[in-house]
Design a protein around this ligand. Structure first.
Ligand code: B12
Ligand code: SF4
Length: 497
């Protein structure tokens, strides 16, 4: 038996914000480790009571500069808190989640862990180390990388370490061999039946006082996506074969979460929630039968506009769907082809109209800075996006994550330098953008306008939407109006980017 401390690194907190959502990856790992007899605790350094919720418009140049500075200041507040959690938890093993953007932050964390106790093995997993394990293992504060889907490999790795064995027989991991070179064990086959996984363990989170009931409503119903958008790491990470949980298994988890934590809002983080529309309807029917919507539980999901039909949207509305996130990315057909979106503008518009017909609010992802994109195309995207009348726009600057085709394109175009800094790789970073066709000074101005236009659209949409919905509700049902008003004033888990 080992005591494992699982850490979600600070990122939003370094940017002066926070993300109050439970980290599903670590909750899932904790569940399987506990099932195998290990002890666990989950420390989430991205939640901090006093900081405002993460909102895209808050990431400005000033915040970015502070963020960069805080990454290199290991004496700073966040890092002290992490050291404190090491001292109070006394773990035998530490596991840390790592995205590309949090690479530097995780190095700092691991340094603190080793400073505290050099004998504690540090295991990292997540999108970034799965794609560039060799690069990660150059840093000797990391001992093991768990590649891709982590549950089974992590249990076997912890079992081996707890027994004092060198984990040469554990599939799906990488580590430094005796000669200092990376050893990569054979790949692990994906878990066939996701229903066999225990429900993510939300109980082992430390500092529960920092969460609100809706923080626990993070869930997924499938893993993988069959599409091949060049900017997304899902195809390379999960593979293009999609695995599904059964509707009964999904809803049983939501019932448990609602009963335990009083959660009333669920965010499904599947890549394409409605990929199989028949199954989507089944989930909605199972949800209705469970009585969750009648208890006021609502939810959101992310999907593609070309995976939406009338029957499904009707079922989603009836089951309490309160928001769907859809990617438009670009309104230029030329760019949509370059990024292998596999959808046309018309298809995207048609899908959005179906949701709107059923009064399901839409968040629309838009991107700028894609390879060969012109200024006119960026303008076209913004104009078209607004004409679709979504409830909000979520703008991103094209970012080439390792393992994606976009990364290879960026390399070919000379955007990836040998002195690259992974901490600059995120969707609002002032350092991102891959269009050679827009001069750098023009690009900076255009980017600013792109983000500001989205902000002002969102502000306008929020105000008009609230007034419209509020007036209708006030006239029809003043009691519910009053209840909703009170709920809106209470803290939420927040919409993060
Ligand atoms: C939910 C989500 C978020 C939420 C996170 C909320 C939360 N508290 O968890 C929000 C919206 C806040 C978010 C923010 C961002 N995200 Co995000 N997000 C996702 C999403 C949609 C699902 C993640 C998830 O929960 N999956 C389910 C769990 C079970 O899978 P998992 O996290 O991959 O974990 C498994 C393995 O990775 C591994 N594993 C993970 N961690 C560890 C740790 C150890 C020790 C071990 C052994 C194994 C292991 O085992 C797990 C179980 O199998 C993914 C896309 C996707 N399909 O995965 C993008 C994704 C992870 N996000 C991404 C990005 C870029 C971001 C942002 C940088 C966006 C931005 N603002 O610019 C920020 C960064 C935030 C941060 N704190 O670092 C990219 C990451 C690419 C990369 N190379 O880093 C992804 C892959 C999207 C994409 N397709 O490109 N995100
Ligand atoms: S962006 Fe969405 S549709 Fe495209 S590959 Fe990624 S998850 Fe699939």
């Amino acid at each position: 038996m080992a005591k494992v401390l699982l850490i979600y690194p600070p990122w939003y907190t370094l940017l002066g914000m926070q993300c109050r959502e439970v980290p599903l990856s670590l909750c899932s790992l904790s569940a399987v480790l506990r099932k195998s007899g290990h002890e666990t605790a989950i420390y989430n350094a991205d939640v901090a009571d006093e900081q405002p919720q993460g909102r895209k418009r808050d990431i400005n140049l000033e915040a970015f500069k502070n963020y960069q500075a805080s990454l290199y200041d290991t004496g700073g507040r966040f890092w002290q808190e992490v050291g404190e959690s090491m001292r109070t938890q006394h773990p035998d093993i530490v596991g840390i989640h790592m995205k590309t953007a949090s690479f530097k932050s995780v190095i700092n964390l691991a340094t603190l862990v080793k400073r505290n106790n050099p004998k504690v093995p540090v295991i990292v997993g997540g999108p970034h180390p799965s794609m560039v394990p060799e690069d990660v293992l150059k840093h000797d504060v990391f001992d093991y990388v768990v590649l891709h889907e982590g549950e089974l490999s992590m249990v076997e790795l912890v079992d081996a370490l707890a027994a004092g064995r060198v984990p040469t027989d554990v599939k799906g991991i990488a580590y430094r061999g005796a000669d200092g070179k990376m050893v990569r064990t054979p790949g692990r086959e994906a878990i066939k039946n996701l229903d066999e996984l225990p429900f993510p363990d939300r109980d082992s989170l430390l500092h529960k006082e920092q969460y609100v009931p809706d923080s626990y409503g993070i869930s997924f119903t499938s893993r993988g996506c069959p599409f091949e958008c060049v900017y997304c790491d899902s195809p390379a990470f999960w593979g293009r074969k999609v695995r599904y949980r059964s509707p009964g298994n999904v809803i049983a988890e939501l019932e448990e979460v609602h009963a335990k934590y009083g959660t009333r809002y669920v965010k499904f983080y599947d890549d394409t929630w409605t990929l199989n529309q028949k199954r989507g309807i089944e989930i909605c029917e199972t949800m209705i039968k469970s009585g969750l919507p009648a208890k006021g539980v609502t939810w959101q999901c992310t999907t593609r506009a070309d995976c939406l039909g009338d029957d499904l949207a009707r079922a989603m509305k009836a089951a309490g769907c309160a928001m769907v996130n859809i990617g438009l990315e670009s309104a230029s057909e030329r760019i949509l082809k370059i990024v292998k979106k596999g959808e046309t503008k018309e298809e995207i518009e048609a899908g959005i109209r179906i949701l709107q017909k059923h009064a399901i609010p839409v968040n629309l992802y838009v991107m700028m800075g894609l390879p060969t994109e012109t200024e006119a195309e960026v303008e076209e995207t913004m104009a078209f996006a607004r004409s679709l009348n979504p409830n909000s726009l979520i703008p991103s600057i094209a970012t080439p994550y390792p393992g994606t085709e976009l990364f290879e394109m960026a390399k070919k175009d000379g955007f990836i330098q040998s002195d690259l800094d992974w901490a600059e790789f995120f969707h609002q970073s002032p350092k991102m953008g891959l269009s050679k066709d827009i001069a750098p000074d023009r690009f900076a101005k255009l980017k600013d306008r792109f983000l500001k236009t989205s902000d002002s659209y969102n502000g306008w949409s929020l105000r008009t939407g609230m007034v419209r919905r509020g007036s209708v509700l006030l006239l029809r049902d003043p009691r519910t109006f009053a209840k909703k008003l009170v709920r809106r004033m209470l803290p939420t888990s927040g919409a993060t980017v």
